[in-house]
Ligand binder design. Sequence first.
Ligand SMILES: *Cc1c(COP(=O)(O)O)cnc(C)c1O
Length: 227
Amino acid sequence: MDIAANITAIRERISVICNSCGRDPGQVRLVAVSKKKPTADIEAAIAAGQPVFGESYVQECVAKIDAVQGAAEWHFIGALQSNKVKYLRGKVAMIHSVDRLSLAKEIDRQWGKHKDCVDILIQINLGEEASKAGTTLAQAVELVRQVAPLRHVRIRGLMALPPWYDDPEHVRPYFRQLKQLAEQIAALDLPNVSMQELSMGMSHDFEVAIEEGATLVRVGTAIFGAR
Ligand SMILES: *Cc1c(COP(=O)(O)O)cnc(C)c1O
């Protein structure tokens, strides 16, 4: 697995798709999803110039952050239990998977201990799949309203993990829905709420996600190989 070559190829694809849909490639950040991959792979990606990594499991995430030598920004993207939030405090720059008020309150409490603040995204379960985390489209606005007043979290946008289809074109309507929801929430002009970030798109569908407005694409397999 040539991680450096894979990163170069993904960057090139991001650039090509941005040019074709009139977006600035600088507005799309690649989050290299390194879950279940060894720290040596992360070091190789850092050496290739990759600055941002996503992890899905708390223990693994913390162990890697502590072990990796190179400078990196860490995002937590997986299902998160409230009792594990404390382990992430001060270590991650963004949590993509906030889907309930109780979790947001615990993040607020933990970051508040150090009078610190963390960027979060509200995760939406667009397909309302039982197997996936995320609040529903119907409840999203209410959740954003409830989380907004918390002083140690900053809502930066939305995240989704839409249903899987072999053909990424079938995922497009979900990406579009997330963008529309973000616009709807942005129009409410709530204090402490920004809808600048849209975390959507993975190895097989990030190009479609970028066409629909993704600002953070979470790519694992296409960089590090199959898990
Ligand atoms: C694993 C994972 C990814 C990366 O998926 P790939 O298909 O390997 O690119 C993206 N987002 C989330 C939330 C994940 O858990």
